[in-house]
Design a protein around this ligand. Structure first.
Ligand SMILES: CC(=O)SCCNC(=O)CCNC(=O)[C@H](O)C(C)(C)COP(=O)(O)OP(=O)(O)OC[C@H]1O[C@@H](n2cnc3c(N)ncnc32)[C@H](O)[C@@H]1OP(=O)(O)O
Ligand SMILES: N[C@@H](CCO)C(=O)O
Length: 355
């Protein structure tokens, strides 16, 4: 199995070096942060849209295939002339998340002493990630986003923007996410982290980048991928069928997704970002979830996928209730990954929100 390499080119990334220090919510600070991002369209002062990617996503929302993206972007079809995020009208920005591995500072980046951050990379929260993105917005001259949209972990950042900086968010599309991590999510994510750490090559997080703990990461991805799909869909597609090579078809499918992730993602980032998701609570230090949601002034749409077993509709209902809007339901057999797969439904919601 090939190893992931920091800095693999993905699309047409550009970089911003933000001067630090960036104090962090859980203690410590980062001396400075590099952010890799992509944009589409032209900025006219009031037309900027922020797209927030999910756990293993990146800034390549749409676009041609490349080394990191053999199939193109993860929301192909959403951005471009005449599309929901029409580039004749909007300036779309997608930064790679703090703690990730696609060019923005994360555990595989070099620290000021020229060694990799590795195990020294501090714990980062969704609030920290949004503070970094606010510095990106400042650097780009975006005082207020016309829209912030995100699903899953991207939905957490989208909601954090609308709560922490309400004056900077005109509209919000919150997809397939929740206001606070559930025991179920923390349970599966800590199990995935344990799989990564159990790989002998993990070396406490300071592994050899030429020989990363891809076996542990692959097991983590298998566990995670099951939570991203529905039992119904897996049953319809694979049942109990066995392939010619002797593997159950569903096991072969999970092997495939494990191999693909191990080739494109850093195990250290996987542990850091799943921990960011574990500590997500929009109501922390704000008097609880309801009080936090009451701060939001953005015109908002909240949607979930009816077959999502990881972020079930009740979690989006809580957010919708807090924002005083009806819950929108995307009907899909694909489970949590429905927010990635049902591009037409997501595009319809964006068109409705943006008028
Ligand atoms: C917001 C974000 O940025 S998140 C990042 C999004 N991207 C990812 O997560 C990448 C990982 N992929 C996924 O999670 C999902 O594939 C999605 C959501 C992107 C797309 O889902 P779908 O279109 O339903 O694809 P699906 O899950 O069926 O996977 C198809 C792949 O499985 C392979 N496959 C299907 N059956 C089998 C099998 N029995 N054995 C081996 N491989 C199999 C297909 O050949 C195909 O391979 P390819 O992707 O290399 O072309
Ligand atoms: N497939 C998505 C699911 C998490 O939202 C990802 O890997 O980021």
């Amino acid at each position: 199995m090939g190893g992931w390499v920091e800095g693999d080119p993905v699309g047409d990334r550009r970089f911003l070096d933000l001067p630090g220090p960036f104090p962090l919510e859980r203690g410590g600070q980062l001396p400075g942060v590099r952010v890799a991002y992509e944009t589409w369209g032209s900025f006219d002062g009031s037309n900027a849209v922020l797209v927030e990617h999910a756990l293993t996503g990146d800034s390549h929302v749409v676009g041609p295939a490349g080394p990191g993206h053999p199939t193109g972007g993860w929301w192909d079809g959403l951005i471009g002339p005449g599309r929901a995020l029409d580039t004749g009208r909007f300036f779309v920005v997608c930064p790679n998340v703090l703690g990730g591995c696609q060019g923005t500072t994360g555990p595989s980046s070099f620290a000021p002493d020229d060694g990799r951050w590795g195990s020294r990379f501090p714990e980062v929260t969704v609030g920290d990630q949004v503070r970094v993105e606010a510095a990106v917005a400042d650097a780009l001259g975006v005082a207020r986003w016309a829209c912030v949209v995100g699903g899953s972990m991207g939905g957490m950042r989208a909601l954090e923007w609308a709560v922490a900086l309400p004056e900077r968010v005109e509209t919000l599309l919150f997809l397939a996410s929740g206001a606070v991590a559930t025991a179920d999510q923390i349970g599966t994510q800590t199990t995935q982290q344990a799989a990564v750490r159990a790989d002998p090559r993990w070396s406490g997080g300071d592994y050899d980048p030429a020989d990363p703990p891809v076996d542990g990461l692959g097991i983590a991805r298998r566990i995670a991928h099951l939570t991203y799909r529905s039992a119904f869909e897996l049953g319809e597609r694979f049942g109990n069928s066995v392939q010619d090579d002797g593997r159950f078809a569903v096991a072969s499918y999970l092997d495939h997704h494990a191999d693909k992730l191990a080739r494109r993602f850093d195990p250290g980032s996987y542990v850091v970002l799943t921990e960011t998701m574990n500590t997500w609570d929009v109501g922390r230090d704000r008097g609880g979830v309801a009080a936090a949601l009451a701060r939001v002034t953005a015109r908002s749409l909240v949607a979930g996928v009816d077959s999502d077993r990881l972020y079930p509709l009740a979690l989006q209902q809580e957010v919708a209730d807090g924002l005083g809007v009806p819950l929108r339901v995307i009907s899909s057999p694909y489970g949590h990954d429905g927010f990635l797969i049902e591009v037409d439904a997501v595009g319809g919601l964006l068109r409705e929100l943006l008028g």
